[in-house]
Design a protein around this ligand. Structure first.
Ligand SMILES: NC(=O)c1ccc[n+]([C@@H]2O[C@H](COP(=O)([O-])OP(=O)(O)OC[C@H]3O[C@@H](n4cnc5c(N)ncnc54)[C@H](OP(=O)(O)O)[C@@H]3O)[C@@H](O)[C@H]2O)c1
Length: 256
């Protein structure tokens, strides 16, 4: 059985452990945040190591979920085996910085939504493509490998889009509630609508503009919403938010 060591046992690690249940991987956790580690050991059969170094020594591959600000400094204090696969989910840490910190190990970087991975339907991106990590990530959702880092970094903005979409969903659900729908009904209706529309994009092979044209009838109610959003620059504001994220995560590699 392949053993994966997890460094940094917080929100992401907890969600990934949930999603990986029954996947056939043995999981060894770093000891810090003893409360979460104990709960994951109890509920999901993970082992808890005595130190970060012990995680690395006992693991075939190491999945890094340390805080983005301090993780690289922590990795630099640890010893990895030559060729040991190491995958970092730390937002904004580029491949060369990671490779520098883990020395002779084989570095790769990823991004995923987190919560959806607990339900095994969260997409992950991966750079460079690596069969060891493709197999691992595919247990918790579809995997998109990227051959070049610039494209990976652009794609990684989807992590922020994913998180922000929860704020957007909550806002829309609250509107239906404010009109008197029961909260659970509003939540179910909006979630099922978005899931259905996402399936259309995944399964239909017509171009996106054709699908949109067929859905947004001229002079109809969908167009009324889009026109109103356009009048307030609401759709263009998404571009500005995503631009800001790209400049933050793209700049981290250069030490910004
Ligand atoms: N949350 C997500 O859905 C998500 C998705 C994609 C990527 N990420 C990335 O994943 C990383 C973790 O995010 P998170 O949301 O899981 O953060 P988090 O909840 O703060 O978890 C980080 C964990 O690392 C522990 N830690 C800090 N320093 C450590 C050290 N030197 N050695 C061992 N453990 C240490 C923290 O312990 P203490 O609590 O004791 O400080 C905490 O338990 C970040 O780099 C983030 O960019 C997160």
């Amino acid at each position: 059985m392949t053993t994966i060591g997890i460094l940094g046992v917080g929100h992401l690690a907890e969600l990934m452990v949930r999603g990986l249940e029954g996947s056939g991987y043995a999981l060894i956790l770093s000891p810090r945040n003893a409360e979460i580690a104990a709960h994951l050991a109890e509920d999901f059969g993970c082992k808890v190591a005595a130190s970060n170094q012990a995680v690395i020594d006992m693991a075939d591959g190491v999945f890094v979920c340390l805080p983005a600000r301090t993780g690289v400094a922590e990795l630099s204090t640890l010893r990895f085996r030559p060729g040991q696969p190491v995958l970092s989910a730390m937002a904004g840490t580029g491949l060369s910085v990671l490779q520098g910190a883990v020395g002779p190990a084989r570095a790769a970087i990823t991004m995923m939504p987190g919560y959806a991975n607990a339900f095994r339907c969260g997409p992950s991106i991966l750079h460079p493509d690596d069969g060891f990590w493709r197999d691992f990530l595919s247990k918790v959702g579809p995997v998109e490998p990227f051959a070049d880092e610039a494209s990976f970094t652009v794609a990684a903005v989807f992590g922020a889009f994913s998180g922000a979409s929860f704020g957007w969903m909550a806002h829309i659900i609250a509107w239906f509630e404010a009109q008197g729908l029961p909260p659970e009904t509003a939540r179910r209706l909006i979630a099922a609508t978005l899931r259905g529309n996402a399936e259309v994009l995944l399964q239909e092979d017509h171009p996106l503009d054709e699908i949109t044209e067929s859905v947004v009838t001229k002079g109809g109610i969908s167009e009324l919403v889009l026109t109103t959003l356009g009048q307030h620059n609401a759709l263009a504001a998404w571009d500005e938010g995503l631009d800001r994220v790209l400049s933050r995560i793209g700049g981290a590699e250069k030490g910004a």
